[in-house]
Design a protein around this ligand. Structure first.
Ligand code: ADP
Length: 325
C-alpha cells in the first residue's frame, strides 16, 4: 500500500528531561523542513495535545539550542493521557491540527503513550532519552553520557577534598531503579565499591573489608558509589563510620545530573536519531522506537520494545570490582 505523503509532523518531549533533547528537537525540525514537512512543536508533553499548546516551528526556531540542556518544548507528566478518553481526545486534536505523525522523545512511559495514540490512527515514533539508560530496546539513550560526565566531574572535585582529609565518601548517583549510570560512573571515577540494585552485595565483604584493606594498603580516600535505586545512603554511611572508624561524608549529586550542556556524544546521537525518526515517518512507519544497537540506528516496534528486559553489563561490573583494590 502506498503511503500518503506526510505534510505535518508534531514533536514533543515527555517524562524526565535529559540533556540532548534539544539537539533531537533541532534535528527533527530541520529534517522536516528539508523534506517539505511542517514541524509542529507540542509543549509540555502529552498535555500540549490535550490543551492545544502547539506552535509551528521553522529552521530558525531551533537556532543555537544544541548546546543547551533541558528541552525548549518543556516536559511534563500527563495522567489524563493515560486514560482511553484522554488518548482519544488527543488523537482528535491531532486530526484537527493536521498532525499526521508525532515524534515522542522520552522514556518507556512516553512510548506507551505513543503506542496508544498509534492505535487511534496517528502515526507515532519514539526517541529514547533518559539519563538512566534503562530502555531495553536500545544500547544508548540520549542524556546518559552527559549525566555520567557531570557526575564524574562532581566526584573528582569531591575526591580532592576528601583525600586531603583522609575521609571516606559515599556518593549517590541517579538512575531510578536501574544501576547503569551508577556502574558507569563508579568505574570511571575509580570507586572502591559500587552498589547497584541489580547486584545484591554483602556489605561486610564488599564494602567494609574493601575500605579497610584499602586503608592498610595506603589508600587515603575510599569512594563508595550508591545507585539511587539502592537508597539508604545515609544509613550506609553511618555503618561505614561505625565499622571502619573512618570519617564518612555523604553527597547526593541529585538533579544536577539532569542538566548542563550536552556532550558531543549526546548531541551527535540525538541528531542522528531525530533525523532517522522523521525518515521513518516519511516511509510510513508507526508505533516504533528509534534504537541504537550494534553501532547502528534501527527501529523496533514499541510493543516488542516494551517487552524487552535490559541486562546490566556484567563484564563492566567485574572490571570495576577487579580494579578497585
Ligand atoms: P518516561 O517517558 O520518562 O518513562 P513517564 O513514565 O512519566 O516518563 O511517562 C511520561 C508520560 O507518558 C506520562 O505522564 C503519560 O502522559 C504518558 N504515559 C505513561 N504511561 C502511559 C500509559 N501506560 N499509557 C498512556 N500514556 C502513558
Amino acid at each position: 500500500m502506498e503511503n500518503k505523503r506526510i505534510r505535518r509532523i508534531g514533536l514533543l518531549t515527555s517524562g524526565g528531561d535529559a540533556p540532548g533533547m534539544n539537539a533531537a528537537i533541532r534535528s527533527v525540525v530541520r529534517t522536516c523542513i528539508g523534506n517539505d514537512i511542517t514541524p509542529i512543536g507540542v509543549y509540555r508533553g502529552y498535555n500540549g495535545l490535550l490543551n492545544n499548546e502547539v506552535a509551528e516551528l521553522n529552521a530558525r526556531s531551533v537556532n543555537g539550542i544544541t548546546s543547551h540542556g533541558g528541552t525548549m518544548l518543556y516536559t511534563a507528566r500527563c495522567d489524563e493521557f493515560k486514560t482511553e478518553e484522554g488518548v482519544k481526545r488527543a488523537a482528535q486534536n491531532c486530526r484537527y491540527l493536521g498532525i499526521e505523525g508525532l515524534i515522542c522523545i522520552g522514556g518507556d512511559g512516553t512510548f506507551r503513550g505513543a503506542r496508544d495514540l498509534a492505535a487511534q490512527g496517528i502515526r507515532t515514533i519514539g526517541i529514547p532519552a533518559t539519563i538512566d539508560n534503562d530502555i531495553a530496546c536500545t544500547d544508548y539513550s540520549i542524556g546518559f553520557d552527559t549525566a555520567a560526565n557531570t557526575a564524574i566531574d562532581a566526584i573528582d572535585k569531591l575526591a580532592d577534598t576528601m583525600q586531603s582529609h583522609e575521609r571516606a565518601s559515599i556518593v549517590e548517583v541517579m538512575g531510578r531503579n536501574a544501576g547503569h549510570l551508577a556502574l558507569y560512573v563508579g568505574l570511571a571515577s575509580g570507586a572502591s565499591a559500587t552498589l547497584i540494585p541489580e547486584k545484591p552485595v554483602n556489605f561486610e565483604s564488599d564494602v567494609i573489608e574493601v575500605i579497610r584493606e584499602g586503608h592498610y594498603n595506603g589508600k587515603r580516600h575510599s569512594l563508595i558509589i550508591v545507585a539511587e535505586g539502592v537508597g539508604r545512603t545515609n544509613e550506609l554511611a553511618e555503618m561505614i563510620k561505625t565499622q571502619t572508624g573512618m570519617e564518612t561524608r555523604v553527597t547526593i549529586i541529585g538533579h544536577i545530573q539532569r542538566g548542563g550542556s550536552p556532550t558531543a556524544r549526546d548531541r551527535v546521537m540525538a541528531s542522528r536519531m531525530g533525523h532517522f525518526a522523521v525518515k521513518k515517518l516519511i516511509d510510513g512507519a508507526s508505533s516504533m522506537v528509534v534504537c541504537y544497537r550494534n553501532s547502528e540506528i534501527v527501529a523496533t516496534p514499541i510493543d516488542e520494545a516494551l517487552q524487552m528486559k535490559k541486562d546490566l553489563d556484567g563484564y563492566m561490573y567485574e572490571v570495576a570490582k577487579d580494579i578497585a583494590i
